[in-house]
Design a protein around this ligand. Structure first.
Ligand code: SAH
Length: 391
C-alpha cells in the first residue's frame, strides 16, 4: 500500500510471504487486519469526517478471481510458476497461495507439468530467449467460467492444438484459452495481441444481478464478493431517484455505471482502455440497458470538454487507478456542479490528496466507507461521498 509506511510485514502461515511481499498481514488474525486498516484509513481521512467501520470480507481467503504466474525453470529443469520478488526480477516459486482462487492455482500447476511435457521453452528475461512468459487465469466466481491466457514472446507456439486439447482434457472447467503475444522487454504482463485458441476468448461473470463480459486485457475487480458490497455502497451514497444524469468516470468495463443505470435517467461512462470500452458497450447490450453510453478517452480530457460545453451532470462516480485523479478532472467536476461526487478509491493516500483539492474548492466529505477488498494484503478500498457546501 503506498503511503502505508507504518505497516510492517508479518511472519506467518504462508511460506512465501516474506519473499513474495504480496500479503502484508500473514500471521495476523483477520480481525486484527481489519483493525489496522481501520486505523490507517482513519489516520489519513479522519480529518475530513467520521470514518465508518470497515466492511470486512466473509471469506478472507482464496478470493482472488485473477491469478498471475510467471514461468521459471529450476536447476533440475522443472518448470514452476511464481511471482517476481518484491523490487526485483527474481522469480519466487509459489505453489499454493492463500488468497488465490484454488481452481486457478490447480490450473497453474498443470501448466507447469505440461510445459515440460510439451518441451516449451521458458522465457528468460535477461537473455530475451524462450517462449513461455506468464499465465493469467480469470475465474467468473458466479458463472464458474474460466479463462486461461498464455503469454508468449511469439505468436508461434509449437503443438498449439495438442496443448490446448490436453489442457481442456485435464481441466474441463476451462471455458476459454487465449494466446497473448508479448514480444517486448517490459514489466507489463500482457501484450496487446490476443489469439483465441479455444472458446469465446472472454469470460462472463455476474455482479449486482447483471452479466459482464471480461476480455483478457480489461480491468475487472479481483474480489467479486466484496465488489458487490463496494458498488452497493457507492450507489447507495449517490441516492439516485431515477431522474439523474450520471457520469461513471474511469469506468473499466462499465460495471458501476451499469449497476446504477436502473436507478438513473442516463449514464455516461468514460474509460481510457479501448478493450474495456468494447466490453462496456457489449455489457450494456447484454443487460439491455438503453440509457448508458461510453467514451474511450482520458477521463480528465472528457471532463474538461463536458465543463467547457456547459453540460449537466447530477452525480459523478469516479474510480481512478491507484495514482488517483488529476487537478484537471477535479477542477472540471467543480465547474460541472453535480449534486454529488462518489469517489471510489483503491489508495487512501492519493484519495487524501484529491479530497484536499475538493475541500479547497468548497466541497464537503459526507461519508467515508472503507471496504476490505484485499484481505491479507496492505491494500484497502474506500468509498467517499462529496457534496458542495454552497449549492
Ligand atoms: N470502475 C471500474 C474500473 C476501476 S479501475 C471497476 O470498478 O471495475 C480504474 C480504471 O481506470 C481502469 O479500467 C483503467 O483502465 C482506467 N483508467 C486509468 N487511467 C485513466 C484515465 N486517465 N482516463 C480514463 N480511464 C483511466
Amino acid at each position: 500500500m503506498s503511503g502505508q509506511k507504518e505497516l510492517k510485514k508479518q511472519d506467518g502461515a504462508c511460506p512465501y510471504a516474506k519473499k513474495c511481499g504480496g500479503c502484508t498481514y500473514q500471521g495476523k488474525t483477520y480481525e486484527e487486519q481489519l483493525k489496522i486498516k481501520q486505523k490507517y484509513v482513519s489516520g489519513l481521512l479522519g480529518k475530513f469526517g467520521k470514518v465508518a467501520p470497515i466492511l470486512g470480507a466473509e471469506c478472507p481467503e482464496h478470493y482472488r478471481n485473477k491469478v498471475h504466474g510467471v514461468f521459471g525453470r529450476d536447476k533440475k529443469g522443472n518448470v514452476f510458476t511464481g511471482i517476481y520478488e518484491e523490487n526485483s526480477h527474481r522469480i519466487v516459486p509459489v505453489e499454493d497461495c492463500l488468497i488465490e482462487d484454488e481452481r486457478a492455482t490447480a490450473i497453474l500447476k498443470t501448466l507447469c507439468i505440461m510445459a515440460k511435457q510439451f518441451k516449451l521453452q521458458i522465457y528468460d528475461e535477461d537473455r530475451e530467449t524462450g517462449l513461455l512468459r506468464h499465465a493469467l487465469i480469470r475465474v467468473g466466481r458466479t458463472t464458474g467460467e474460466i479463462m486461461v491466457v498464455l503469454v508468449l514472446s511469439s505468436p508461434i507456439m509449437p503443438s498449439k492444438n495438442n496443448f490446448t486439447k490436453e489442457l481442456c482434457r485435464r481441466h474441463p472447467e476451462i471455458t476459454t484459452i487465449v494466446l497473448n503475444v508479448n514480444e517486448k522487454r517490459t514489466s507489463m504482463v500482457l501484450g496487446s495481441r490476443n489469439v483465441v485458441l479455444y472458446g469465446k476468448g472472454y469470460i462472463e461473470d455476474m455482479l449486482c444481478g447483471l452479466r459482464f463480459r471480461i476480455s483478457p486485457n480489461s480491468f475487472y475487480q479481483i474480489n467479486s464478493e466484496q465488489t458487490e458490497r463496494l458498488y452497493r455502497t457507492a450507489i447507495d451514497f449517490a441516492g439516485l431517484t431515477g431522474k439523474e444524469r450520471v457520469i461513471d468516470a474511469y469506468c473499466g468495463i462499465g460495471t458501476i455505471g451499469a449497476s446504477a443505470a436502473g436507478r438513473a435517467a442516463e449514464v455516461l461512462g468514460v474509460e481510457l482502455n479501448k478493450d474495456a470500452v468494447k466490453d462496456a458497450v457489449t455489457n450494456a447490450k447484454i443487460n439491455q440497458l438503453k440509457n448508458i453510453r461510453f467514451w474511450n478517452e482520458d477521463a480528465g480530457k472528457y471532463m474538461v470538454r463536458m465543463a467547457e460545453n456547459h453540460e449537466h451532470a447530477d452525480v459523478v462516480f469516479m474510480d481512478p487507478p491507484r495514482s488517483g485523479s488529476t487537478p484537471e478532472f477535479i477542477n472540471s467536476v467543480h465547474t460541472l456542479k453535480p449534486k454529488k461526487v462518489v469517489y471510489v478509491s483503491c489508495d487512501p493516500a492519493t484519495l487524501q490528496r484529491d479530497l484536499e483539492l475538493f475541500v479547497k474548492k468548497g466541497w464537503k466529505v459526507h461519508k467515508i466507507q472503507p471496504v476490505d477488498m484485499f484481505p491479507y494484503t496492505g491494500h484497502v478500498e474506500v468509498v467517499t461521498c462529496l457534496q458542495r457546501v454552497n449549492s
